[in-house]
Ligand binder design. Structure first.
Ligand SMILES: Nc1nc2c(c(=O)[nH]1)N[C@H]1C(S)=C(S)[C@@H](COP(=O)(O)O)O[C@H]1N2
Ligand SMILES: [Mo]
Length: 210
Protein backbone atom coordinates (compact mmCIF):
# COMPACT_ATOMS: atom_id res chain seq x y z
CA UNK A 1 0.00 0.00 0.00
CA UNK A 2 1.94 3.08 -1.18
CA UNK A 3 2.31 5.74 1.47
CA UNK A 4 0.91 3.50 4.20
CA UNK A 5 1.91 4.77 7.63
CA UNK A 6 3.03 2.14 10.14
CA UNK A 7 4.72 2.18 13.54
CA UNK A 8 8.48 2.29 13.02
CA UNK A 9 11.15 0.51 14.93
CA UNK A 10 11.56 3.31 17.47
CA UNK A 11 7.84 3.82 18.00
CA UNK A 12 7.77 6.78 15.61
CA UNK A 13 5.62 6.57 12.50
CA UNK A 14 7.36 5.85 9.23
CA UNK A 15 6.32 5.35 5.63
CA UNK A 16 6.83 2.06 3.84
CA UNK A 17 7.78 1.85 0.20
CA UNK A 18 6.21 -1.18 -1.50
CA UNK A 19 8.68 -4.01 -1.98
CA UNK A 20 10.74 -3.18 1.05
CA UNK A 21 10.43 -4.22 4.64
CA UNK A 22 10.88 -0.98 6.53
CA UNK A 23 12.87 -2.55 9.32
CA UNK A 24 15.67 -3.88 7.13
CA UNK A 25 16.07 -0.57 5.34
CA UNK A 26 16.23 1.36 8.58
CA UNK A 27 18.96 -0.89 9.99
CA UNK A 28 21.27 -2.01 7.18
CA UNK A 29 23.83 -2.81 9.90
CA UNK A 30 21.58 -5.42 11.58
CA UNK A 31 21.77 -8.95 10.10
CA UNK A 32 18.49 -10.81 9.45
CA UNK A 33 16.65 -12.01 12.55
CA UNK A 34 18.76 -9.94 14.97
CA UNK A 35 17.62 -7.26 17.44
CA UNK A 36 19.64 -4.50 19.09
CA UNK A 37 20.97 -5.07 22.57
CA UNK A 38 22.08 -2.08 24.59
CA UNK A 39 23.56 -4.03 27.46
CA UNK A 40 26.31 -6.62 26.96
CA UNK A 41 24.86 -10.07 27.74
CA UNK A 42 27.19 -12.74 29.14
CA UNK A 43 26.91 -16.19 27.55
CA UNK A 44 29.18 -18.93 28.83
CA UNK A 45 28.78 -22.71 28.81
CA UNK A 46 30.29 -22.99 32.29
CA UNK A 47 31.63 -20.92 35.19
CA UNK A 48 33.94 -17.96 34.56
CA UNK A 49 37.58 -18.98 35.04
CA UNK A 50 39.66 -16.48 37.01
CA UNK A 51 42.99 -16.43 35.23
CA UNK A 52 46.10 -14.72 36.57
CA UNK A 53 48.08 -12.85 33.96
CA UNK A 54 51.36 -13.91 35.60
CA UNK A 55 50.49 -17.51 34.74
CA UNK A 56 48.68 -16.80 31.47
CA UNK A 57 50.23 -17.82 28.17
CA UNK A 58 49.14 -17.85 24.58
CA UNK A 59 50.33 -20.62 22.28
CA UNK A 60 50.10 -21.25 18.56
CA UNK A 61 50.61 -24.89 17.58
CA UNK A 62 51.21 -25.81 13.96
CA UNK A 63 50.25 -29.05 12.21
CA UNK A 64 53.81 -30.32 12.80
CA UNK A 65 53.51 -29.73 16.55
CA UNK A 66 55.79 -26.67 16.56
CA UNK A 67 54.74 -24.20 19.27
CA UNK A 68 55.12 -20.45 19.56
CA UNK A 69 54.37 -19.07 23.04
CA UNK A 70 53.86 -15.63 24.51
CA UNK A 71 53.70 -14.64 28.15
CA UNK A 72 51.29 -11.85 29.11
CA UNK A 73 54.14 -9.35 29.04
CA UNK A 74 55.31 -10.48 25.63
CA UNK A 75 51.77 -10.56 24.23
CA UNK A 76 50.82 -7.08 25.44
CA UNK A 77 54.12 -5.68 24.09
CA UNK A 78 53.14 -6.70 20.54
CA UNK A 79 51.75 -4.02 18.20
CA UNK A 80 48.04 -3.64 18.92
CA UNK A 81 45.04 -2.23 17.11
CA UNK A 82 42.04 -0.34 18.44
CA UNK A 83 38.94 -1.40 16.54
CA UNK A 84 35.22 -0.63 16.60
CA UNK A 85 33.13 -3.60 15.53
CA UNK A 86 29.58 -4.97 15.61
CA UNK A 87 28.85 -8.18 17.56
CA UNK A 88 26.15 -10.66 16.49
CA UNK A 89 25.12 -13.48 18.81
CA UNK A 90 23.27 -16.55 17.54
CA UNK A 91 20.72 -16.01 20.35
CA UNK A 92 19.66 -12.99 18.23
CA UNK A 93 21.09 -9.97 20.00
CA UNK A 94 23.50 -7.68 18.22
CA UNK A 95 25.59 -4.97 19.83
CA UNK A 96 26.83 -2.32 17.45
CA UNK A 97 30.00 -0.23 17.53
CA UNK A 98 31.85 -1.92 20.39
CA UNK A 99 35.42 -0.76 21.07
CA UNK A 100 38.27 -3.20 21.59
CA UNK A 101 42.05 -3.31 21.77
CA UNK A 102 43.73 -6.43 20.52
CA UNK A 103 46.60 -7.96 18.64
CA UNK A 104 45.68 -8.84 15.05
CA UNK A 105 45.92 -12.58 14.40
CA UNK A 106 48.07 -11.58 11.38
CA UNK A 107 50.66 -10.24 13.83
CA UNK A 108 50.62 -13.42 15.93
CA UNK A 109 50.96 -15.63 12.85
CA UNK A 110 53.61 -13.55 11.08
CA UNK A 111 56.51 -15.73 12.27
CA UNK A 112 54.59 -19.01 12.16
CA UNK A 113 55.20 -21.44 9.31
CA UNK A 114 52.05 -23.38 8.44
CA UNK A 115 50.37 -24.99 5.45
CA UNK A 116 47.08 -25.48 7.34
CA UNK A 117 43.74 -24.12 6.14
CA UNK A 118 41.82 -24.52 9.42
CA UNK A 119 42.24 -23.43 13.01
CA UNK A 120 40.89 -24.69 16.31
CA UNK A 121 40.70 -21.97 18.93
CA UNK A 122 40.97 -23.47 22.41
CA UNK A 123 40.29 -21.84 25.73
CA UNK A 124 41.22 -22.20 29.37
CA UNK A 125 37.71 -23.50 30.21
CA UNK A 126 37.99 -26.33 27.66
CA UNK A 127 35.86 -24.52 25.05
CA UNK A 128 36.82 -24.96 21.41
CA UNK A 129 35.62 -23.46 18.14
CA UNK A 130 36.85 -24.06 14.58
CA UNK A 131 37.42 -21.50 11.84
CA UNK A 132 38.96 -21.38 8.37
CA UNK A 133 42.40 -19.79 8.73
CA UNK A 134 41.55 -17.17 6.11
CA UNK A 135 38.76 -15.86 8.37
CA UNK A 136 41.39 -14.94 10.96
CA UNK A 137 43.69 -13.12 8.50
CA UNK A 138 43.82 -9.76 6.68
CA UNK A 139 42.65 -7.71 9.63
CA UNK A 140 39.48 -9.73 10.24
CA UNK A 141 40.28 -11.10 13.72
CA UNK A 142 42.10 -10.14 16.92
CA UNK A 143 43.11 -11.54 20.26
CA UNK A 144 41.44 -8.79 22.27
CA UNK A 145 42.38 -7.77 25.81
CA UNK A 146 40.75 -4.38 26.39
CA UNK A 147 37.08 -3.45 26.00
CA UNK A 148 35.86 0.16 25.93
CA UNK A 149 39.10 1.46 27.43
CA UNK A 150 39.38 -1.05 30.28
CA UNK A 151 40.95 -4.43 30.90
CA UNK A 152 38.63 -7.09 29.47
CA UNK A 153 36.36 -8.32 32.28
CA UNK A 154 36.58 -12.03 33.20
CA UNK A 155 32.90 -12.58 32.28
CA UNK A 156 33.60 -11.40 28.73
CA UNK A 157 36.71 -13.54 28.34
CA UNK A 158 39.53 -11.68 30.08
CA UNK A 159 42.47 -11.69 30.19
CA UNK A 160 42.07 -12.16 26.41
CA UNK A 161 39.55 -13.51 23.93
CA UNK A 162 39.37 -14.16 20.25
CA UNK A 163 37.38 -11.48 18.41
CA UNK A 164 36.00 -12.51 15.00
CA UNK A 165 33.20 -9.99 14.50
CA UNK A 166 32.13 -11.08 11.00
CA UNK A 167 30.97 -14.45 12.37
CA UNK A 168 28.44 -15.24 15.12
CA UNK A 169 29.91 -14.55 18.55
CA UNK A 170 30.29 -18.20 19.57
CA UNK A 171 33.34 -18.18 17.25
CA UNK A 172 34.94 -15.50 19.47
CA UNK A 173 36.39 -17.84 22.09
CA UNK A 174 36.68 -16.27 25.54
CA UNK A 175 39.64 -17.02 27.89
CA UNK A 176 41.65 -17.87 24.83
CA UNK A 177 44.63 -20.14 25.46
CA UNK A 178 45.74 -20.86 21.93
CA UNK A 179 45.21 -21.54 18.26
CA UNK A 180 45.92 -24.95 16.76
CA UNK A 181 46.54 -25.15 13.02
CA UNK A 182 44.74 -28.05 11.31
CA UNK A 183 45.18 -29.50 7.84
CA UNK A 184 41.59 -30.77 7.98
CA UNK A 185 38.55 -29.10 9.48
CA UNK A 186 37.15 -30.42 12.77
CA UNK A 187 34.08 -29.20 14.69
CA UNK A 188 34.48 -27.35 17.98
CA UNK A 189 32.19 -27.41 21.04
CA UNK A 190 29.03 -25.80 19.61
CA UNK A 191 29.67 -26.99 16.06
CA UNK A 192 29.68 -30.56 17.42
CA UNK A 193 26.36 -29.80 19.15
CA UNK A 194 24.61 -28.76 15.93
CA UNK A 195 25.56 -25.13 15.39
CA UNK A 196 26.53 -24.16 11.87
CA UNK A 197 30.11 -24.98 10.95
CA UNK A 198 30.82 -21.48 9.59
CA UNK A 199 28.31 -19.11 11.23
CA UNK A 200 27.87 -16.12 8.92
CA UNK A 201 25.24 -13.84 10.53
CA UNK A 202 24.42 -12.15 7.20
CA UNK A 203 23.43 -15.55 5.76
CA UNK A 204 21.74 -16.58 9.04
CA UNK A 205 23.93 -19.65 9.40
CA UNK A 206 22.78 -20.46 12.92
CA UNK A 207 22.43 -24.25 12.84
CA UNK A 208 23.56 -27.13 10.65
CA UNK A 209 21.56 -27.05 7.43
CA UNK A 210 20.90 -23.26 7.52
N1 LIG B 1 35.78 -20.05 26.31
C1 LIG B 1 34.51 -19.79 25.98
N2 LIG B 1 34.29 -18.91 24.98
C2 LIG B 1 33.03 -18.62 24.61
C3 LIG B 1 31.91 -19.23 25.23
C4 LIG B 1 32.18 -20.16 26.27
O1 LIG B 1 31.27 -20.75 26.88
N3 LIG B 1 33.50 -20.41 26.61
N4 LIG B 1 30.65 -18.92 24.78
C5 LIG B 1 30.53 -18.42 23.41
C6 LIG B 1 29.22 -17.94 23.09
S1 LIG B 1 28.03 -19.09 22.73
C7 LIG B 1 28.96 -16.60 22.94
S2 LIG B 1 27.47 -16.05 22.37
C8 LIG B 1 29.97 -15.58 23.30
C9 LIG B 1 29.42 -14.64 24.33
O2 LIG B 1 30.34 -13.64 24.66
P1 LIG B 1 29.97 -12.64 25.82
O3 LIG B 1 29.68 -13.46 27.07
O4 LIG B 1 31.16 -11.75 25.98
O5 LIG B 1 28.75 -11.90 25.38
O6 LIG B 1 31.17 -16.16 23.81
C10 LIG B 1 31.55 -17.32 23.14
N5 LIG B 1 32.86 -17.71 23.61
MO1 LIG C 1 26.23 -17.94 21.87
Amino acid sequence: MPGETVPGQYGAMSTLTPGFTGRRRERPDLPPGQYLAHDFPVLSAGPTPRLRTDRWEFVITTETGAETRWTWGEFTALPHEDVTVDLHCVTKWSKLRTGWRGVAVDTLLSGVDTAADYVMAHSYDGYTTNLPLEDLLDGKAWVAYRYEGEALAPEHGGPARLLVPHLYLWKSAKWLHGLRMMLQDEPGFWEEAGYHNYGDPWREQRYQGD
